[in-house]
Design a protein around this ligand. Structure first.
Ligand code: ZN
Length: 177
C-alpha cells in the first residue's frame, strides 16, 4: 500500500500514526489504552464496579468485550509473570490491583490471563495474594486452546470460558502472612 500511494498520502498516514501515539496513553485506573484519564469502560457508570476482570494486555480487553458476556470493569497487568524474560510480579500492575480491590468495594476478581505457561503462573500467583475477606477469586474455564492467546479465541468460546469460570482457592490466612 505504501509503495503504491503517493508521497502526500504517505505523509498523511505517518502524521496520523504520530498523532495517535501522542493521544493514546493508559487509563489511570485500569491501565487499558485510553485517550483521556479514564478509558471508555472506566468512564461508563453502567458497568458493574464490583467485578474486575484481570487481563494481561489491552488487546485482551477487546477480546472479552467482543463476547458481550462481561459487564464489570477490567484491570490490565501489562504482561504476565515470565521469569525467563525477567518479568516478576513487581513489573506488573499487581500493587495497583490490590489497591483497587480495597478502595472500590470489589467482590469478585476473574483471572482472565492467557491459557499458557506464563498466564497460568500469573493466575496462580494472583490467587495467592488475593486472599481477602469477602472477595471471590475465579479463573476462566479451560476449553480455550492451551498455549494460545485470548485474542485468538472466538467470542463464543471465550464467552463460555467466562461463564464457566470456577472459584479458586486463595491462600489460607496462615500462609498469606
Ligand atoms: Zn480503565
Amino acid at each position: 500500500h505504501l509503495l503504491k500511494s503517493d508521497a502526500e498520502e504517505s505523509r498523511r498516514l505517518a502524521e496520523a500514526v504520530v498523532a495517535a501515539k501522542e493521544r493514546v496513553g493508559f487509563c489511570q485506573r485500569c491501565f487499558n489504552l485510553s485517550e483521556g484519564d479514564l478509558c471508555p469502560v472506566c468512564s461508563d457508570s453502567r458497568r458493574d464496579g464490583h467485578v474486575i476482570c484481570v487481563v494481561e494486555e489491552p488487546r485482551d480487553v477487546i477480546a472479552v468485550e467482543r463476547t458481550r458476556e462481561f459487564r464489570g470493569n477490567y484491570h490490565v497487568l501489562g504482561g504476565a509473570i515470565d521469569h525467563l524474560q525477567g518479568v516478576g510480579p513487581e513489573q506488573l500492575k499487581i500493587r495497583e490491583l490490590l489497591a483497587r480491590i480495597g478502595s472500590e468495594g470489589v467482590t469478585e476478581v476473574i483471572l482472565c490471563t492467557n491459557p499458557n505457561l506464563e498466564g497460568e503462573a500469573t493466575a496462580l500467583y494472583l490467587s495467592k495474594v488475593l486472599s481477602m475477606p469477602g472477595l471471590t477469586v475465579s479463573r476462566i474455564a479451560s476449553g480455550l486452546p492451551v498455549g494460545g492467546d485470548l485474542e485468538y479465541a472466538d467470542e463464543l468460546t471465550l464467552g463460555r470460558a467466562l461463564e464457566g469460570r470456577r472459584t479458586v482457592e486463595t491462600a489460607p490466612a496462615s500462609e498469606a502472612v
